[in-house]
Design a protein. Structure first.
Length: 348
């Protein structure tokens, strides 16, 4: 009996030494894009999950097609997902996502434009003019007007097959000031003007690429001489040994957001995780690992991000002012769907 009592007391003592935090752990399912980007999201941006007693269960969201289907079907399982600002706005307008709890999420860390009622901007990305340094040297194209100038800069071009930023760069190449681009695209005349400009370039676009991986391969293999490529993908190709020049002037900076499906579980833990994603150190670590720009600009202070990474980040001070902010409300507007359908026919 005495021996049994000792065993019981020992077991109780052992349980008492188990941290309460581990017993209270909450699971949050995060659906991301997969690959190195999702790895950076989980390991760097959500680095405080353990401290918050949160266990992250990962899933893949299938990009906007998969996200939209999941939200529309009210499918269970996801607590948090990411996608571009325009898609977040569409999901918000359709009533498919929850309000952000700004009593938990500290929106003072980011600009007011990125702290929307139903979604939060967590990192930036940029699509800009990128060219083969070996072909053009120091005298390569420096603007979208140069990109469209096939006489001065002969070569094979590549652009996105879904039409992303295509109409904007056509108008810039046609002399429209950056501040007036989206005003013009909200008019039939402006849209017609953009398509007319694109029609002239179309014979010189060797490939309308359908994925970032395809764009990278085109550049690595030298199948194209210049194109509209994202900063992170261009950096990756350079890292692999292909010398490219990325032009920040007139590049289009965009934002990725986090949003919470209406039927998400454990929303308090989800909001805590979103808040941690905006932490200065977490943002800096994520930017360094992924080459996507932080939305908390204090991440650029105190040497948290190495200089080698800084030159590739969209929201870095030396790059930010040279770019054009993509107008996601234009992309989210119902009228723009017809414009993009017209672009699809344009490629046929």
């Amino acid at each position: 009996m005495k021996f049994l009592k000792i065993l019981v007391l020992g077991a109780v003592a052992a349980l008492a030494q188990v941290p309460l935090a581990s017993q209270a752990q909450t699971t949050v399912t995060f659906a991301g894009f997969g690959g190195p980007l999702q790895e950076a999201m989980v390991n760097q941006m959500f680095a405080d999950a353990g401290k918050l007693n949160i266990r992250i269960k990962e899933d893949r969201n299938g990009f906007w097609t998969g996200i939209k289907a999941h939200l529309m079907a009210k499918a269970p399982g996801w607590d948090l997902t990411e996608v571009g600002f325009a898609r977040c706005e569409q999901a918000a307008q359709a009533g498919l996502i929850q309000d952000v709890d700004y009593t938990v999420v500290d929106k003072s860390r980011i600009s007011a434009a990125l702290a929307q009622p139903k979604y939060v901007g967590v990192y930036t990305f940029t699509y800009g003019l990128t060219y083969q340094t070996k072909k053009y040297g120091a005298n390569g194209p420096k603007s979208w007007a140069d990109f469209f100038d096939v006489q001065k800069f002969p070569g094979r071009r590549t652009m996105l097959a879904d039409g992303l930023y295509a109409l904007e760069i056509a108008l810039l190449a046609d002399g429209v000031p950056a501040a007036d681009i989206y005003k013009l695209l909200r008019t039939p005349a402006g849209v017609d003007r953009a398509f007319a400009k694109l029609e002239k370039l179309k014979p010189h676009v060797a490939v309308w690429y359908k994925s970032s991986g395809q764009a990278m391969q085109l550049m690595r293999d030298g199948e194209v001489d210049m194109g509209l490529i994202s900063n992170a993908r261009a950096q990756s190709v350079v890292k692999d040994g292909t010398p490219l020049t990325f032009v920040w002037d007139q590049a289009f900076i965009d934002t990725e957001c986090l949003m919470v499906p209406n039927n998400a579980q454990n929303t308090k833990a989800v909001m805590q995780l979103v808040n941690s994603a905006l932490d200065t150190k977490n943002q800096a670590a994520f930017a360094t690992a992924s080459y996507y720009g932080p939305t908390n600009l204090k991440a650029f202070e105190g040497g948290l991000i190495p200089a080698a990474a800084m030159e590739w980040l969209p929201s870095a001070p030396q790059n930010l002012s040279r770019q054009v902010w993509a107008d996601q409300r234009w992309y989210a507007a119902p009228e723009t769907e017809a414009v993009l359908q017209r672009f699809a026919k344009f490629l046929q």
